[in-house]
Design a protein around this ligand. Structure first.
Ligand code: AMP
Length: 416
């Protein structure tokens, strides 16, 4: 079923959202993007005349009640965003009565799902090495099913709009779906958009396809790099990874970030790109600093020849020019990970050059997806987030989807 086709009139809908919003020390929300992101789905249900049960996790309370992570703190913000009252159920597994009493147009917010270990389904207080672990895991999976069944019993229909946790097989993100038939479970609007964006990158590709992978390490991006190698025309590898590649080719990289145990991997990636006809683009020059700080002394160096005591902290001017040349004609673009230490204003030029080239390509008709933590922070910092095609809300979920993995949260609904 799709959310657009469903008529929620007179129905009770239980919706998994990602309201894991950042709070300051006084419990005030510092960024409400995630609440705003879920509004189209929540409003559709209420405007149809349905009643709404909202469930989410917040933080990592590890299966225990912890006031610091109570969703009670965000109840008023949710009410304000929806423009109507929100009731609160202080125990998510004992909310049957509150759910039953909901009238059309009314909203019930459940307390943090992760106050119960059953949500994540990991046995607590037992080590993986313990001989009794397997038994404990089996027992936990059984109680996870029961927990999911309890949540499901509150509602007629299940909607998953929490892309941020779609890569987890938790009670509320996947297991619960087994309690609803195909006509009464669906993805929310945000999830649909995220899934479509990933599809544009992995299946419905307009060429040339340029992927830009940056950030600090090769090791955390290797799964994605390998999956993309079969799909992209151009692969730009930048950021801290640059220096592992430079050293692998015999370069002198001074104090630059380097994964010494990944030098062979870097050479393998280069060989694979050649074999597959992928245009692998690596930085040739960099802005090096004599300390890891915004105000250190800088010089432009060849990445193969960085003086002792200096480290590459951003892409150099020649590299920025080359990156922009490759990005601008692209028709499909994926960007994950900055080209330098963009948090320091003096080392944000490389990332800015990438962001600006992506915007230009997008204006010329490219589909551009920016996602995964720091690149989102980059486009926000440069004020360019609304000038790319899509900024993903998912960190781990987006990366796993791009690696080609099936997301349990999507599979539970679509049955893939
Ligand atoms: P990741 O979490 O792997 O995507 O890496 C993001 C982080 O990489 C950001 O905090 C950047 O500051 C950092 N980064 C990017 N380029 C460099 C570099 N040349 N040296 C050190 N850190 C870098």
């Amino acid at each position: 079923m799709t959310i657009d086709k469903y008529n929620f009139a007179g129905k009770k809908a239980i919706v998994r959202v990602d309201f894991n919003v950042p709070l300051d020390e006084n419990g005030n929300i510092t960024d409400d993007t995630r609440i705003r992101g879920a509004l189209p789905t929540l409003e559709k249900i209420l405007n149809d005349g349905g009643s709404l049960i909202i469930m989410s996790h917040m933080g990592k309370p590890k299966g225990k009640v912890n006031a610091k992570y109570s969703l009670g703190q965000i109840k008023d913000a949710v009410a304000k965003a929806l423009g109507r009252d929100v009731k609160f159920a202080p125990d998510c597994a004992n909310a049957a009565e509150a759910a039953a009493n909901l009238k059309p147009g009314e909203v019930l917010l459940l307390e943090n799902l992760r106050f119960y270990p059953e949500e994540e389904g990991k046995p607590v207080g037992i080590d993986k090495e313990d001989p009794a672990y397997d038994e404990a895991k089996k027992a936990m999976k059984k109680s996870q099913k029961e927990f999911a069944k309890t949540l499901a019993s509150y509602a007629d229909v299940y909607v998953n709009d929490a892309f941020g946790t779609a890569h987890r097989k938790h009670a509320s993100t996947a297991v619960i779906a087994d309690n609803f038939d195909a006509d009464n479970k669906m993805l929310g609007y945000l999830m649909e958009k995220e899934v479509k964006a990933v599809d544009n990158i992995l299946s419905d590709i307009k060429r040339p396809f340029t992927a830009i992978m940056g950030g600090s390490k090769v090791s955390t991006k290797i799964g994605i790099i390998e999956n993309l190698m079969d799909k992209v025309d151009n692969l730009i590898l930048c950021g801290g990874m640059t220096y592992t590649f430079a050293k692998a080719q015999g370069g002198h990289i001074g104090l630059s970030l380097c994964e010494d145990d990944k030098l062979d991997l870097a050479l393998e990636i280069m060989a694979k790109a050649k074999e597959k006809g992928v245009n692998l683009v690596l930085g040739t020059d960099c802005v090096a600093g004599d300390a890891f700080s915004n105000d250190c002394n800088t010089q432009i160096c060849n990445v193969m020849d960085i003086p002792e005591g200096w480290e590459g902290l951003d892409a150099g001017p020649e590299t920025c020019k080359r990156f922009a040349e490759v990005i601008k004609p692209a028709k499909t673009i994926l960007w994950n990970g900055p080209a330098g230490v963009f948090e320091f204003d003096n080392f944000a030029k490389g990332s800015r050059a990438i962001a600006e080239a992506i915007v230009e390509a997008t204006n010329n008709g490219a589909f551009s997806l920016v996602g995964g933590g720091d690149s989102v922070a980059c486009v926000n910092k440069f004020g360019l987030a609304d000038q790319v095609s899509y900024v993903s809300t998912g960190g781990g979920a987006l990366l796993e989807a791009i690696e080609g993995k099936v997301l349990p949260g999507v599979a539970a609904i679509k049955g893939e």
